[in-house]
Ligand binder design. Structure first.
Ligand SMILES: [Zn+2]
Ligand SMILES: [Zn+2]
Length: 257
């Protein structure tokens, strides 16, 4: 399994894209900084998008991805919680701001097909076993465990905060991709808004190791851009304290499992 980090940041600027992951060139999780990271031939290989939640920084590029696919008369399947799909149908794909990709080029064969996922119900999607697990955030959200046919496994938490450890019992990944939106000094505010700081992440990882007896490699994305250096230093401190492989992700980074 090859995981490519298309976007590793919370805010967008030159060189910093919004959260998006690409698995083996075909399966996308979250569509923040997606289309600007990939050539058209690369975008053509994408058939499936999994959404963790509806926030704009995770769904925005559904529109730009659909524009390219719709032009070619191709279809994409988008999975998410029913709640998530309802919100993006009402506000992002309403057909007023732009083309209605849920009905274009035809109602019979639209560019985007929305499919609701059931948490805790492992489902074969695009050649993988996909398990959606509810996570704590400011809105309904899930993380995804993606397992390939050769048994390689990734868990991506999406946006989340303290309490993610409640879900460790359901997963068994070789790689954990999670978020840190700010440094420890803003821990209380980050928790209030449904995010993690390095100190909060440390507590959750300690619980992971206690429960599972191991700690997978951990990659941190959704990095709060203004605090990147501080976050990097604090994450390095956590890695040292836990004697674990924990580091920041970056745009275009590739990890092979
Ligand atoms: Zn969010
Ligand atoms: Zn976010």
């Amino acid at each position: 399994m090859e995981i490519q980090i298309l976007g590793a940041h919370q805010f967008e600027s030159k060189g910093a894209r919004l959260t998006s992951l690409l698995i083996d060139g075909t399966l996308v999780i979250d569509a923040g900084g997606l289309t600007s990271a990939l050539s058209v031939p690369e975008q053509k290989k994408i058939k499936t998008v999994l959404l963790t939640h509806h926030h704009f920084d995770h769904t925005r590029d559904l529109v730009t991805l659909a524009a390219n696919a719709g032009y070619r008369r191709e279809q994409l399947v988008v999975y998410g919680l029913r709640y998530t799909l309802d919100i993006i149908t009402t506000y992002l794909l309403d057909g007023e701001m732009y083309i209605n990709f849920l009905e274009y080029p035809s109602k019979e064969k639209p560019t985007l097909i929305l499919e609701a996922i059931e948490p805790y119900n492992k489902k074969p999607i695009a050649g993988y076993d996909v398990l959606a697990v509810p996570v704590k955030h400011s809105v309904p959200a899930v993380g995804y465990q993606i397992t390939s046919s050769d048994g390689k496994s990734l868990f991506y938490t999406g946006d989340t905060t303290a309490g993610i450890s409640d879900q460790w019992q359901h997963i068994y990944p070789q790689l954990l991709i999670t978020e840190v939106a700010g440094p420890n000094k803003y821990g209380e505010q980050l928790k209030k808004f449904g995010h993690l700081c390095p100190g909060l992440l440390k507590e959750e990882l300690i619980k992971f190791r206690q429960l599972k007896g191991y700690l997978p490699r951990v990659i941190v994305i959704h990095i709060g851009n203004p605090f990147e250096q501080e976050i990097k230093e604090e994450v390095a401190q956590v890695a040292q304290e836990l004697e674990a492989d924990i580091s920041l992700g970056c745009e275009d980074m590739k990890i092979t499992l």
